[in-house]
Design a protein around this ligand. Structure first.
Ligand code: SF4
Length: 218
């Protein structure tokens, strides 16, 4: 796919997505502009629907919006604040532990490099890239299940895992689109190019799409 085709996909999705609600982490980023809030919302969001993440993040960040305040909370209080997020007990302990590390190693700040973020227990490439891009405005490509699926359907990449998709995208995606690529494809994936039966017959980027692996569509 040529750089012009990629640019057309990005510009088309920017306009098309205006009708949909933005992803939760984008919303948190716009509201709070805090790497810590992005980190917490992303940790809560793993395997959890956006609506649940939205409410859970608001409840928890209202109680504690810094690592220092978070470690003052008993773990059951964190559990209660983020319930019914998936794996809320595991996540509550993880959030508590990460905040202790942030205090011990980073004076209560959030590190701004992928390498340092990946050293935090329970932080994978998806979370680290989201903190880098949405929290710090630095270059990165966050690949979640939507970005992985749609990039493969389009034929932009041919990969088996999100991590491999990230590495392939780093080679072919113009850097000017790295930060917003996640936001655009997550919104599009939640609402239009859905996992089962995507809406290909009314898709604004169908002329660019090879529909790889799509067996049923609307
Ligand atoms: Fe997704 Fe279908 Fe559009 Fe391709 S044509 S991007 S598979 S909805």
């Amino acid at each position: 796919m040529s750089p012009e085709d990629i640019r057309d996909i990005i510009e088309t999705l920017r306009a098309f997505n205006r009708r949909f609600q933005e992803p939760i982490v984008t919303e948190v980023s716009r509201e709070r502009r805090s790497p810590f809030a992005i980190l917490i919302a992303t940790l809560i969001s793993l395997r959890t629907k956006d609506d649940v993440t939205r409410a859970a993040s608001r409840r928890l960040l209202a109680l504690a919006d810094t690592p220092e305040k978070m470690v003052q909370l008993p773990i059951p209080a964190i559990e209660k604040a983020i319930y019914p997020a998936g794996f809320y007990k595991t996540k509550a302990k993880r959030i508590h532990d990460i905040c202790e590390t942030l205090i011990q190693k980073y004076q209560g700040g959030v590190p701004d490099t992928l390498e340092a973020l990946l050293e935090l227990k329970g932080v994978g490439r998806k979370t680290a890239n989201l903190v880098i891009t949405q929290g710090f405005g630095k270059l990165g490509i966050c690949v979640d299940t939507h970005v992985h699926r749609i990039s493969n359907r389009l034929g932009l990449v041919q990969t088996k895992t999100p991590d491999k998709t990230e590495m392939s995208l780093r080679k072919i995606l113009p850097k000017e689109f790295w930060i917003e690529y996640n936001d655009l494809l997550v919104t599009f994936g939640q609402n239009h190019c859905t996992p089962l039966s995507p809406r290909c017959s009314s898709c604004p980027i169908t002329s660019h799409c090879r529909k790889i692996g799509v067996e049923r569509f609307r």
